[in-house]
Ligand binder design. Structure first.
Ligand code: NAP
Ligand code: HSE
Length: 421
């Protein structure tokens, strides 16, 4: 099998290293040859042993070259990646991609085109880095009715939150570090604002539940609002803050989807997932609960997933163009979510403020479960509250009323809580 690859950055570089050194890995790798690699800039220094004549800036030539059997797309972005992939399929080539944005936005078009042409399209690296979650859902757990998928699926934000919590590093410094390590997207806003996690959640919904979801319809919040203050309250109250992507099948078969930072109870297995690691916690019928854990981003982990797709195609495993997509309704995400919540409210220094806010919550049937307060160094009163389990819409009504109290300066953060089961 001859491989043409589009891109030789963090992921492409890792793939090239594996394909150029098959010794000690599966013997199937000896059946694979990387023949051409498309890049933007031929003069850029590269850390691999590829002969320079394999590099080209004519990417179109790779996707139309009769000699090439599999096109590996690791360039990222929507265009020209979409056009090149469609052209590769048109030319009868199998396609492997790590591009979650592309699969989330144009998966249906690409799968349909691959089905027409009878070629494979594989995207293991699009979710969870080195964790084989797609193959696992597709095959190993294929017997199950999936009920819930809750995951830490963005390595960059998990790295930032871990660095902030464990080392007191600032948000900006932790982000710079994640970028330098090759974890972040070309535009790291996609990581920080939850866009990347939302695209991965849409892919998990497709693979796990057979449901096609428009990313725009998924409720999402990123991690920009998380301050050292929230992290300190989380620690004091036995929680860890994590950006979670959630998909849950309701009793009526509607699918509830959201991406948002949560207070995760410290005894929950997801609370212990730190740095660039990802973990995907699943519940299926009849398998019950299980969790997959591994490096969610970076050269080696992602290249491992890309090469596993190449190997599956080489060994002719079933492909994704035959995915059966069900029609299903989506539950309106955050508004219908029932959960305990964490609230941080900043008020003037009034002795009765915490009591009055607790009463206000009670008036709206949002019983507070625990309340902590302290005067900050800025001389204001900060009140951290964990509520009983309520609907988000009920909580929002109570928050509206709290915002109206004359001594309340701001409701600084509101995060759902993930309890250990
Ligand atoms: P990257 O380091 O920025 O590399 C992109 C590569 O594509 C570079 O080699 C670049 O060429 C080439 N390229 C981009 N646009 C091009 C164009 N228009 N024409 C020719 N070449 C072009 O990106 P990456 O981190 O490897 O990510 C690649 C893909 O994998 C993205 O879809 C990303 O979401 C996905 N992914 C990344 C990770 C990760 O940890 N980084 C993990 C999972 C999935 P030059 O080298 O000449 O600039
Ligand atoms: N930017 C992504 C992350 C890369 O940090 O998780 C892996 O998909």
């Amino acid at each position: 099998m001859k491989i043409g690859m589009l891109g030789l950055g963090t992921v492409g570089g890792g793939v090239a290293k594996i394909l150029e050194s098959p010794s000690g890995r599966t013997p199937l790798l000896f059946k694979v040859e990387l023949v051409q690699v498309g890049v933007r800039d031929l003069t850029k220094p590269r850390h691999n042993s590829l002969p320079p004549q394999k590099l080209t800036t004519h990417l179109e030539k790779i996707v139309t070259d009769a000699e090439i059997d599999i096109v590996v797309e690791v360039m990222g972005g929507l265009e020209p990646a979409r056009t090149l992939i469609l052209k590769a399929i048109e030319n009868g080539k199998h396609v492997v991609t790590a591009n979650k944005s592309l699969i989330a936005a144009y998966g249906s078009e690409i799968f349909a085109s691959a089905k027409d042409k009878g070629v494979c399209i594989a995207f293991e690296a699009a979710v969870g880095g080195g964790i084989p979650i797609i193959q696992c859902l597709k095959q190993s757990l294929g017997a199950n009715k999936i009920k819930q998928i809750t995951g830490i699926v963005n390595g960059t934000t998990n790295y930032i939150l871990s660095q902030m919590a464990q080392k007191g590093v600032s948000f900006d410094d932790a982000l710079q570090d994640a970028m330098q390590k090759g974890y972040a997207e070309a535009n790291p806003t996609a990581d920080v604002d939850g866009i990347d996690a939302t695209e991965k959640l849409a892919i998990l919904a497709l693979v796990g539940f057979g449901i096609k979801v428009d990313c725009q319809k998924i409720f999402k919040t990123g991690i920009r609002s998380i301050s050292q203050r929230d992290i300190a309250y989380a620690k004091a109250m036995n929680y860890t803050i994590k950006l979670l992507a959630n998909a849950r099948l309701n009793e009526d078969d509607s699918l509830q989807l959201n991406v948002q930072p949560h207070f995760v109870e410290n005894s929950h297995p997801l609370a212990a997932i730190n740095d660039v690691f990802n973990a995907i916690f699943l519940e299926g019928d009849p398998v019950g609960q299980l969790m997959l854990y591994g490096q969610g981003a970076g050269e080696g982990a992602t290249a491992s997933a890309v090469v596993s797709d190449i190997l599956n195609i080489v060994s002719s495993s079933a492909s994704w163009q035959n995915i059966h997509v069900k029609s299903s309704k989506l539950a309106s995400a955050s508004q219908e979510m029932e959960s305990n919540f964490y609230l941080r409210v900043v008020t003037e220094k009034i002795a009765t403020a915490a009591g009055a806010i607790a009463w206000s919550l009670g008036d709206f049937n949002v019983p507070p479960m625990s309340v902590q307060q302290q005067i900050t160094k800025e001389g204001v009163l900060e009140i951290a509250i964990i509520t009983e389990s309520v609907f988000r819409s009920t909580l929002d009504n109570a928050i509206g009323s709290i915002r109206g109290l004359p001594y309340v300066k701001e409701v600084a953060n509101v995060l759902p809580i993930l309890e250990a089961q």
